[in-house]
Design a protein around this ligand. Structure first.
Ligand SMILES: C=C1C[C@]23C[C@@]1(O)CC[C@H]2[C@@]12CCC[C@@](C)(C(=O)O1)[C@H]2[C@@H]3C(=O)O
Ligand SMILES: O=C(O)CCC(=O)C(=O)O
Ligand SMILES: [Fe+2]
Length: 358
């Protein structure tokens, strides 16, 4: 692995994050005010039981008001989650020289590396990631563990098999909550599984001697429809709560509730719902004693599928707020425009006028 590649990846080399103090490359204190989050019980992120008789309404409300919620009674066995967590731990516990053998290089979308959004920031995040694409997983696991690669691949496959139907069910419930009928949903891309693509990203936030000066994962919205997040029970995820009746815009810490997943609404679900569902800004903080591990499972459209507001939501009073876009197009826009990417897709007055004039 050339030193150039490791610089591009924004992974810090010295002893795999075992610093005693924060190097300047990772010190965000001049850039970032680390506004602290409210105590958990002041502001509660919805926890939704998937067996709740009022499930559709509760999901709709959570998507509109928060853009994030926790799900319980999701049907995925804790035993599978324990094995999944152990393999994530095993991966990031490898020496950095070994992990760099499967480094994500430019033009590839799988392997070990820094945060994909890291090029937008002048400092390194306190973070390591591993992007999984089914096609290359087997080869990469063989490089990481020549003597036992199959246990990693088998658990990843098992997890994907379990989480896929859960993600489809959630998307379906979300669209039902917008008022579409089952038949109408069948005719949308959400009703056609061949139009949906998924992707998994493993995240590690090592323990840090001075957590207030670093950033785990910088604030961002996910670009897909939704992400289902597994974590190892270590707190750190925070969401930006919109201004509401009880206060101004503020960071809220996502509580750690056993046997739940966190579900985040992404940009394309915001577009699909014509702005009704909130694409939540979130970030990850780190702590002094425990490594935080997480796995984001993203659901989005296949790369050539354009997503625009659902036609069923349009009416005389309500036109589309956004122009249709593909997932890769939006990711590319985010990589330069960051939080202004969706703004640039807005059907603004000028475009409306042009359409009327045509
Ligand atoms: C499918 C994907 C979503 C993601 C880009 C990726 O190709 C794999 C990494 C994902 C991630 C994780 C950290 C935040 C994020 C915005 C990023 O830069 O990489 C998301 C991307 C996304 O939601 O577009
Ligand atoms: O670590 C987490 O909980 C969040 C990860 C995340 O936001 C992402 O992978 O997009
Ligand atoms: Fe995210």
């Amino acid at each position: 692995m050339s030193s150039q590649a490791s610089v591009d990846l924004k992974i810090h080399q010295p002893k795999n994050f075992r610093f005693n103090s924060i190097p300047d490359s990772h010190d965000w204190s001049d850039l970032y005010d680390h506004p602290s989050a409210l105590p958990i019980d002041m502001d509660s992120i919805p926890v939704i039981d998937l067996n709740d008789p009022k499930l559709i309404d509760k999901i709709g409300k959570a998507c509109e008001e928060w853009g994030v919620f926790l799900i319980r009674n999701h049907g995925i066995e804790p035993e599978l989650l324990n094995r999944f967590g152990s393999q994530i731990h095993r991966l990031f516990a490898l020496p950095v020289e070994v992990k760099l053998k499967v480094a994500k290089t430019q033009g590839t979308d799988s392997g070990y590396g820094g945060a994909p959004i890291s090029h937008l920031f002048p400092k390194f995040m306190w973070y390591e990631g591993f992007a999984i694409q089914t096609g290359s997983l087997f080869d990469q696991a063989q490089i990481l563990w020549p003597d036992d690669y199959s246990s990693f691949c088998a658990v990843i496959e098992e997890y994907k098999k379990a989480i896929n139907p859960l993600g489809y069910r959630l998307m379906h419930l979300m669209i039902l909550s917008l008022g579409l009928t089952e038949e109408e949903i069948d005719n949308t891309l959400i009703g056609d599984s061949s139009k949906i693509k998924n992707s998994m990203h493993l995240n590690s936030y090592p323990a840090c001697p001075d957590p207030d000066r670093v950033v785990g994962l910088a604030p961002h919205t996910d670009t897909g429809f939704l992400a289902v997040l597994y974590h190892n029970g270590v707190s750190g995820l925070q969401v930006l709560r919109r201004k509401d009746d009880i206060g101004p815009t503020r960071w809220v810490t996502v509580p750690v509730v056993p046997n739940t997943f966190v579900v985040n609404i992404g940009d394309l679900m915001h577009v699909l719902s014509n702005g009704r569902f909130h694409n939540v800004v979130h970030r990850s903080t780190v702590n002094k004693t425990n490594q935080r591990l997480s796995a984001a499972y993203f659901f989005g459209p296949q790369i050539d599928v354009k997503v625009g507001p659902l036609s069923e939501l349009m009416g005389p009073e309500q036109g589309p707020l956004y122009r249709p876009v593909t997932w890769p197009e939006l990711q590319k826009m985010k990589s330069t425009l960051y939080d202004k990417a969706l703004e640039s897709l807005k059907v603004d007055g000028k475009i409306e006028e042009l359409r009327k004039g045509a």
